[in-house]
Design a protein around this ligand. Structure first.
Ligand code: GLP
Length: 240
């Protein structure tokens, strides 16, 4: 596991965007695994800048997002589909048909999960961007006695709903369930890029990277992956 600590968030964002862009430059039809939340926003901003400067094209790339809330259509401002269109897809040259996000409005969610997993198996992820939840969740894989390997439906923990309530007008509006790639789906990526910012994540960063490997801290499973690059700002890395 390679750990890099940056003095500023901007440096972290630029470095992460550079790694994603380099993957696509080396392999134009690369498969990118993408994440949502506040952490990747600056990274996507930098990626858009690289695209606008003519440095990289995403015309042949494919993307898979980690997760989506159950019940929110792509037109809902808090859906992850809306987030991705707003912050990245509408600003680069990737055809929307090459972007994949679980459909949280599917009538048969089990079937949606199975189909998503099959698509992932057919197009293995070259580089997977991950954020980190305060309880150690990755995607929406919440701490538990056991974890599902593949794409599945999860019940969100109260703390996760509270943390994400800042994006909604009230906590009641935060969906109770989500579709997420499983720990197994995530760990199949060739390279994993875990980006974490802020003092409030310092303790969970330490636990995830140096504590025991346990499904009670889903991000600790990353310790088993051969190619993980961890990008931290000073605050997030201060307990290492
Ligand atoms: C959400 C997402 C995760 C993300 C996490 C942290 O729950 N499902 O993929 O990593 O939040 O988000 P933030 O970066 O806003 O702290």
């Amino acid at each position: 596991m390679q750990i890099k600590i940056f003095d500023t968030a901007e440096e972290l964002d630029a470095y992460a965007a550079g790694l994603l862009a380099n993957t696509v430059k080396a392999k134009p039809n690369a498969v990118l695994g993408l994440a949502t939340g506040s952490t990747p926003l600056g990274i996507y901003e930098q990626l858009v800048r690289l695209y606008e400067s003519g440095d990289v094209s995403f015309k042949q790339a494919t993307t898979f997002n980690l997760d989506e809330y159950v019940g929110l259509p792509a037109s809902h401002e808090q859906s992850y589909a809306y987030y991705m269109n707003q912050h990245l897809f509408s600003r680069i040259d990737i055809p929307l048909s090459q972007t994949n996000i679980p459909d949280g409005t599917a009538a048969d969610l089990q079937q949606e999960c199975a189909e998503y997993e099959a698509k992932l198996a057919a197009s293995p992820v070259d580089i997977q961007l991950l954020g980190l939840g305060h309880n150690g969740h990755i995607g929406f894989n919440e701490p538990d006695e056991a974890l599902d390997g593949g794409t599945h439906v999860v019940q969100l923990k109260p703390g996760t709903r509270e943390a994400n309530a800042r994006f909604f007008s009230s906590i009641r509006e935060v969906p109770e369930r989500a579709v997420t790639m499983g720990a197994g789906s995530i760990l199949k990526a060739n390279t994993i890029l875990l980006a974490v910012r802020g003092a409030d994540k310092a303790a969970i960063v330490k636990e995830a990277l140096t504590g025991p490997i346990t499904t009670k801290v889903p991000a600790s499973l990353l310790q088993t992956h051969p190619r993980v690059i961890v990008l931290l700002d000073r605050e997030a890395g201060r307990m290492l």
